[in-house]
Each structure stands twice: as C-alpha cells, then as structure tokens.
Design a binder for this molecule. Structure first.
Ligand code: FPP
Length: 260
C-alpha cells in the first residue's frame, strides 16, 4: 500500500487496531537507526494545568512505547535526546526531576528490556551526571552488553558541538604524539572518535512539538538523515504516530547529494 492509498483508507477507518495492523502491513523499508528529539513535555503539562514534572513523567511513558515499538519492529538503533548540555540551565528542581526519572526508568525497565534483547547504552558527558544515575547506567549497560537486538542509546548531558570538539582534541593529541598524520584524518576515522563510534548514522530524525531546529543534537551524524517534524507533543506521540512517521520515511527518496 503506498502512502496515498494508506491515507485514503486511514481517513475512512478510525478503528485504531485495524489502522495499526494496516500500518504494520504497509511498512517495509525501515530505518536502521532512528533518532528522536522528545520535545513538548512542558507544553503538554501546561495545556492541562499540570506541573512540568508530570509532563516529563508522561514523556517517560511515551519513551517506553517508542522503545517497545522499535524493538518489535527490529530497528537496530534508537537514539533519544533525554538531556542536553543546555538543559542544566533549567531550574534546579526540574533538573533533579529529570535525573530522578532517568534513574527510575532504568530501575523499572532494565530487566524487561534485557529480556527483550535490548542493549542499553548512553552517549554524552556521562561523568558529569549524578553518581546514582551513573551507577544505574553502568548496571544497565553491563547487564545488557551482550544483547543483540535494539540498541537503546540515551543521549544524556549530550551536546553535538562538545562531542566534535572532544573528538578533535583526541585526534590532535595523537597527531602531536606522532601516532597519526593530519592526512590520515578522514570522515570514517573522525567518526570513530565520536560517542556513536561503531553505530550507523541515523537514517531518520523525528522531532516532536513542531520546532524546526536540531538543537545541538548529533550534528555530525545527522548529515544525511531524513527529518520529520510533527506538531504532536512528545507525551502524545503514541505507537500509531510513530508507525505513521516511519511510513513517511519509507516514501522518502534518499539521494545523498547524488541523482537517480
Ligand atoms: C523536552 O520537553 C524534553 C526534555 C528536556 C527531556 C526529555 C525527557 C523525557 C522524555 C523524560 C525523561 C526521560 C528520561 C529517560 C530521563 P520540554 O520540557 O523542553 O518541553 P517544552 O518545550 O514544551 O517546555
């Protein structure tokens, strides 16, 4: 079923289960690596007259759904922007809530994710996270290290510019020691010094809540990613919405700067 046929059917039929089955049936060309900017928790809460903390809590539920869906679909990597290097500028209480939610998420989900063959890892300045968060991440990473299913990559204290600067510094040190020459530096080599070394670049970036920017996310890795922005706020981004986004991805014509 192509996208037009799907929408014609979708608009006639509002029965969620049938729609989900249709979507699943229509999906074939999935991204290997999906990256998500989970934006809109605060606005979701404000619309309901709730504290921002409840927006983040609802955001965790949306994350659980996204992880389960990606794992069931057989995606290789899901990278989610859970906390940026800029998020430290938020009020202390909100930062603490986000860190507590991270710890709670890992404590509550790790065993089930492990049973589902998901490998949990994190990218970013992890040593600056609270000790308890570091300990949970280490535990989850160790337990799931040899899993072969979905890689769940949590971007935490993550900033794309810092990542590129850190890689540059490491390479500069090698050059200074005479262990490599400036001419040896190429894209493949450089990518090997990023947090995402060994992972394929994201094929598809989803950003919720309508903002048209990349917000210092995976600046190197997104070079040729297809981008999808939806007005849906992250806590409302459910399985059907994710499947619809993936259907849009599969209609994209990826040319990587070339022509067909
Ligand atoms: C953006 O919403 C979201 C974040 C800053 C972080 C994403 C966090 C979660 C989905 C929940 C926590 C999950 C883990 C695993 C820690 P926003 O607050 O910027 O929303 P707004 O732009 O509407 O204010």
């Amino acid at each position: 079923m192509d996208l037009r046929q799907f929408w014609a059917k979708f608009n006639r039929n509002k029965d969620a289960e049938e729609t989900e089955a249709d979507l699943l049936g229509a999906l074939h060309n999935l991204p290997r690596h999906l990256a998500i900017i989970m934006d809109g928790n605060g606005r979701w809460a404000r619309k309901r007259g709730l504290p921002r903390s409840l927006g983040h809590r609802a955001g965790v539920e949306a994350l659980r759904t996204a992880v389960k869906t990606c794992s069931n679909l057989g995606l290789e990597v899901l990278t989610v922007y859970a906390f940026s290097t800029e998020n430290w500028k938020r009020p202390r209480d909100e930062v603490n809530i986000l860190m507590d939610l991270l710890i709670e998420y890992l404590q509550r989900e790790t065993e089930e994710l492990h049973r589902n063959n998901v490998r949990i890892r994190a990218i970013g300045g992890l040593s600056e996270l609270p000790q308890a968060a570091q300990a949970e991440l280490a535990r989850a990473g160790k337990l799931t290290a040899s899993n072969t299913g979905l890689v769940l990559n949590l971007a935490l204290n993550y900033g794309g510019r810092v990542e590129i600067i850190n890689a540059t510094r490491e390479i500069a040190r090698l050059v200074k020691k005479g262990k490599c020459q400036p001419e040896d530096i190429n894209e493949e080599m450089f990518a090997g010094f990023l947090y995402t070394a060994g992972l394929p670049d994201p094929d598809f970036l989803i950003r919720t809540s309508g903002e048209m920017r990349v917000s210092n996310y995976l600046l190197w890795q997104l070079a040729y990613s297809e981008i999808y922005v939806t007005d849906t706020l992250w806590p409302d981004f459910n399985k059907i919405q994710l499947l619809k986004a993936l259907l849009v991805y599969q209609q994209r014509d990826r040319r990587y700067g070339g022509i067909k």
